[in-house]
Design a protein around this ligand. Structure first.
Ligand code: IMP
Ligand code: MG
Length: 179
């Protein structure tokens, strides 16, 4: 498995430092607000699990699953909800937690979809941002790292469902995904 990895782009320690800082800022911003942290399955699972341990205000968590790239590494532009939230977000302060923003299509769709349910607020928190790849404008309120246009795996991010369990973020050798 590890022979397919390129370089370690962000170490486990760097991620934990950043997530701790993000948790502190979010805790300050959401004082006294009814916070619902919405994770996008499956990529956000590790990030969300770590992030909420650094958030010191009361919160609930919920998840959505959206159609993604499948086995391919290029966006189809078509987004579909595969699993919806379990609780109503009406009047709530929603924080969407996502592993990475690439073209922005997933988050743009989800933002419009969630805003239509009359929440008090919807904000976006992403660990990784690939700004060079953006196709649509999406406001990111909390961002961990900006990374170059390379396909990455680890810390929740997969290639064909593999590598999600790596504690750091790694590039994949291009010959792996251009096959
Ligand atoms: P977007 O709709 O193009 O912004 O795509 C976001 C989704 O694409 C993320 O939730 C990831 O699941 C996936 N994705 C984008 N870039 C990568 C990558 O480098 N590695 C793994 N998954 C990625
Ligand atoms: Mg994803």
């Amino acid at each position: 498995m590890f022979s397919d990895l390129g370089e370690c782009l962000i170490s486990a320690e760097q991620i934990q430092d950043k997530v701790r800082q993000m948790g502190a800022v979010i805790s300050r911003d959401y004082q006294g607000k009814d916070l619902v942290v919405v994770g996008i399955l499956k990529g956000s699972v590790l990030f969300l699990a770590d992030l909420i341990r650094y958030i010191t205000v009361p919160l609930s968590i919920d998840f959505v699953a959206v159609s993604s790239y499948g086995a391919s590494t290029t966006s189809s532009g078509v987004v579909r909800i595969l699993k919806d939230l379990e609780e109503s977000i009406e009047g709530k302060h929603v924080l969407i937690v996502e592993d990475i923003i690439d073209t922005g299509l997933t988050l743009k769709y989800l933002l419009e979809n969630l805003w239509a349910r009359n929440p008090a607020d919807v904000k976006v928190c992403v660990l990784l941002d690939k700004p060079e790849r953006r196709k649509v404008d999406v406001k990111i309120h909390y961002q961990g790292f900006s990374i170059p246009d390379k396909f990455v795996v680890g810390y929740g991010l997969d290639y064909n469902e593999h590598y999600r369990n790596l504690p750091g973020v790694w590039t994949l050798k291009p010959e792996i995904y251009s096959k």
